[in-house]
Design a protein around this ligand. Structure first.
Ligand code: HEM
Length: 318
């Protein structure tokens, strides 16, 4: 009896790890040896052209992986059979970089026809974006296939929101197999990029755990009344918005988190220690971020005969 349950536990463990185990760093080595260099040069030129694009591409991969796994579902336009994720609250008038991804996909198709998935392009583009802005590198595991459907409802239920408290945030990441350290490290993605007033208005007017000089400076471009200045931008990392570094965590120590959810990570709770350690050690942050990105990239990949390799990232093959 004991050995039977032991065996079923082993089978369960093997099943649980098999999907991720099928991803491999060498997946395109024979089928498309130029895939990675093609993506890298396209990302580097897009980021040189507009540094914020690096942030936008990193966020795109996060918003892909948290909704039914890293399967490029986020890129699909609405169809008559499903309402896609682009119109979901966390993405609408917010997620950017679709044209850059379409352009990278076209370049990759020109070197290898119907071989490289849009989901893998997102994962590699996220890594190359971080590197282009001075952050750490890591080996991206490959072999994800693209979904044939997308879900607005799942985007709205599974992605964390800026009004979340620490418990909500922890739960949203735990639901995807990511622990507290992963969550704090990944939140360090907010060392780059911008947010719109409508997402930080409540924090700068209603919260008390915010540096008052910082709050006043933001209020100048983000009026209290909703409807005015809703899309005015402010950097998520006020100290160094286009450099991927650990300033995000030092900002939190000085109560200069832009979003309510950012400051929740350093507000007297269970994440305080991790925030302090990443603020005091850039290398501790870099290695935790890289490890957590690999973990996030392993969320429910479609492999083998699941899904498809889309020809155009915004639509299912006809
Ligand atoms: C912890 C929960 C998170 C919440 C509540 C959250 C929320 C947000 C919000 C509200 C914005 C601003 C969007 C806009 O104004 O249009 C934003 C931007 C951004 N987020 Fe997050 N985020 C979270 C985690 C992450 C993670 C895990 C990553 C990546 C690893 C990430 C990367 C980014 C980046 C790079 C931007 C800037 C995008 C740009 O400038 O285009 N975020 N996030």
């Amino acid at each position: 009896m004991a050995s039977a349950s032991c065996l079923s536990l082993l089978v369960l463990l093997a099943l649980a790890s098999s999907a991720a185990a099928q991803l491999s760093s060498t997946f395109y080595d024979t089928s498309c040896p130029n895939a990675l260099s093609t993506i890298k040069s396209a990302v580097t030129s897009a980021v040189n052209n507009e540094p914020r694009m690096g942030a936008s591409l990193l966020r795109m991969h996060f918003h892909d992986c948290f909704v039914d796994g890293c399967d490029a579902s986020v890129l699909l336009n609405d169809t008559s059979t499903f309402t896609g994720e682009q119109g979901a609250i966390p993405n609408r008038n917010s997620l950017r970089g679709f044209t850059v991804i379409d352009n990278i996909k076209a370049q990759v198709e020109a070197v290898c026809n119907r071989t490289v998935s849009c989901a893998d392009i997102l994962a590699v583009a996220a890594r190359d974006s971080v590197v282009a802005l001075g952050g750490p590198s890591w080996t991206v595991l490959l072999g994800r296939r693209d979904s044939t459907t997308a879900s607005k409802a799942n985007a709205e239920s599974d992605l964390p929101g800026p009004s979340f408290d620490l418990a909500n945030l922890t739960q949203a990441f735990a639901n995807k197999g990511l622990n507290l350290t992963d969550m704090v490290a990944l939140s360090g993605g907010h060392t780059i990029g911008q947010a719109q007033c409508r997402f930080f208005r409540d924090h700068i007017y209603n919260d008390t755990n915010i540096n008052s000089t910082f709050a006043s400076s933001l209020q100048a471009n983000c009026p209290r009344a909703s409807g005015s200045g809703d899309s005015s931008l402010a950097p998520l990392d006020t100290a160094s918005p286009t450099s991927f570094n650990n300033d995000y965590f030092s900002n939190l120590l000085s109560r200069k988190g832009l979003l309510h959810s950012d400051q929740e990570l350093f507000n007297g709770g269970s994440a305080d220690g991790t925030v302090r350690s990443f603020a005091s050690s850039a290398s501790a942050f870099s290695s935790a971020f890289a490890a957590a990105m690999v973990k996030m990239g392993n969320i429910s990949p479609k492999t083998g005969s699941q899904g498809q390799i889309r020809l155009t990232c915004s639509k299912v093959n006809s």
